[in-house]
Design a protein around this ligand. Structure first.
Ligand code: FRU
Length: 503
């Protein structure tokens, strides 16, 4: 054990990835190669606090069960290895592989330390693997893209196929300037400037970890949009770190947004509500996508934490978890005034419980008051599926992880059309003043119905409402004994259409 710390299993999630020990933040270098998904991540190999930033590594065949691998790219006396991406260089454009082979190439940010002649700068560098990700070598010509900037980071690289021309495109941020910079390359080594996007929409914090990809609009053959993801910290919708997205066009040079809110750049509540948010909770950050998931799927994963309090979460010897992997698609909204006709991102989890059966199943019934659910055995690792018709009730919802003096409340307020997750009494909250929070997201009923899918995994709640049109991701730190689960309606006239608990 490098750190000599006691590794505490308290709060350790069962189906969310954590490093066996020590610190973890952003997902990095997400790719798929020869049947294996690779997840790299910001990692301190020596302590449960941020520092010594290196790329940790884990692999999975199914995006649910992850095997930790040795550190892939380690920091040294000259540089810390900040966030970035990785690609399968199918045609060996870099020449890092033997002729006819496809090396894996990581594009990361070198955060130069005092020991380097470039001290204080952030520039983009390469590392490569010719053994399918098992071992990595830093490229001797690093950095490959240096703007003499202190805040130029988080490169996401993808292969752009423009029909007549194809090349690598990099999106990276000038974090403090709230800008996304685009570059192109034919060999991953030499980069040419294309354009700049931003500042736009949410600018209440530094811009970090961008991503850019094209998605079809579901049910509209021939229609697609480009999605530009920009994480920011602080300035997220729930407070602190969060992720926003823009929809628009990318012509191989420039991204043009058609979801930029141009009037009144002030960060007030109403204006922020119009921006596209990846998640409305406090614990979904630095989310980016796999570069080449099979079957054209666009799969994203985030760090389930927030820089507000991420350094203080009460876990022992390990700190930081990833969210579930989410498949993202684009759909055109029906209904709700103001949003009707708008294309939005829909997110569905890769389900760790797929193929398992309900352990509790409630019959359709009228709801008024509270109904405790009896779940045999430990009830802190679950999926709950519930469908309500709120009718004339004031609120419907679920009380999660309840015990003496502790409860996490997921409630839908009918008059407001708002779903909220209240973790103010969820358990340990006092490690930071910003932790005891209430998250809110506008949710329109569909044919009078509210569908909720809720994932509990010891220290987290991930909520997918209306099949993923709205999501809330939050950490919670309850006592082991707080495992009661209750469904409720406040006021008369609500119905529970279905309820299943899966473990
Ligand atoms: C985002 C971030 C990145 C940076 C990394 C350092 O959480 O601040 O911008 O590359 O973390 O660990």
């Amino acid at each position: 054990m490098a750190s000599g710390l006691t590794i505490d299993s308290r709060f350790r999630p069962e189906y969310h990835f954590t490093a066996a020990r020590n610190w973890l933040n952003d997902p990095n270098g997400l790719l798929y190669s020869n049947g294996v998904y690779h997840l790299f991540y910001q990692h301190n190999p020596h302590s449960a606090d941020w520092g010594n930033m290196s790329w940790g590594h884990a692999t999975s065949a199914d995006l649910v069960h992850w095997d930790e691998q040795p550190v892939a790219i380690g920091c040294d006396g000259e540089e810390a290895i900040f966030s970035g991406s990785a690609v399968v260089d199918v045609h060996n454009t870099s020449g890092f592989g033997a002729p006819g082979t496809s090396p894996l190439v990581a594009i990361y940010t070198s955060a130069y330390s005092a020991g380097s002649p470039l001290a204080g700068r952030q520039a983009q560098s390469l590392a490569y693997s010719t053994d399918d990700g098992a071992t990595w070598l830093k490229y001797a010509g690093n950095p490959v893209l240096d703007r003499a900037s202190a805040d130029f980071r988080d490169p996401k690289v993808f292969w752009y196929d423009g029909g007549t021309e194809s090349y690598w495109v990099m999106v990276a941020v000038e974090a403090v300037d709230r800008e996304v910079l685009l570059y192109k390359s034919r060999d991953l080594v030499t980069w040419e400037y294309l354009s700049t996007f931003g500042p736009a929409n949410a600018t209440g914090g530094v811009w970090e970890c961008p991503d850019l990809f094209e998605l079809p609009v579901e049910g509209e053959p021939g229609t697609s949009k480009w999605v530009l993801v920009v994480n920011l910290n602080p300035g997220g919708i729930a407070g602190g770190s969060g992720g926003q997205y823009f929809l628009g066009e990318f012509d191989g040079v420039r991204f043009r947004s058609d979801s930029t809110v141009t009037e009144g750049m002030q960060e007030n509540g109403a204006r922020m509500g119009e921006y596209g948010w990846l998640d409305w909770g406090r614990d979904y950050y630095a989310a980016v996508s796999f570069s080449n998931a099979p079957d054209g799927r666009r799969l994203m994963i985030g760090w389930m934490n927030n820089w507000q309090y991420g350094a203080l979460t009460p876990t022992g010897g390990w700190r930081g978890a990833m969210t579930l992997v989410r498949e993202v698609t684009l759909v055109r909204r029906a209904g709700q005034a103001g949003l009707a006709g708008r294309v939005v991102l829909k997110q569905q989890p890769v389900d760790p419980f797929a193929g398992t059966c309900d352990v509790v199943c409630a019959a359709p019934q009228q709801l008024s008051g509270s109904y405790p659910l009896t779940v045999e055995g430990p009830a802190d690792v679950l999926r709950i599926d519930a469908e309500f018709v709120p009718g004339t009730a004031n609120e419907v919802g679920l009380v999660l992880r309840e015990g003496t003096g502790e409860r996490t409340v997921l409630a839908y307020n009918v008059a407001q059309g708002v779903l909220r997750l209240d973790r103010t009494a969820s358990g340990e909250t006092r490690f930071h003043e910003d932790f005891a929070s209430v998250e809110r997201v506008p949710v329109a009923l569909e044919d009078g119905r509210l569908r909720l899918q809720v994932f509990l995994d010891r220290c987290s709640v991930e909520v997918f409402a209306q099949d993923g049109l709205a999501t809330i991701t939050d950490q919670i730190f309850p006592s082991d004994t707080s495992t009661s689960l209750t469904v409720f309606a406040e006021g008369e006239g609500a119905a529970l259409v279905s309820l299943g608990v899966v473990r």
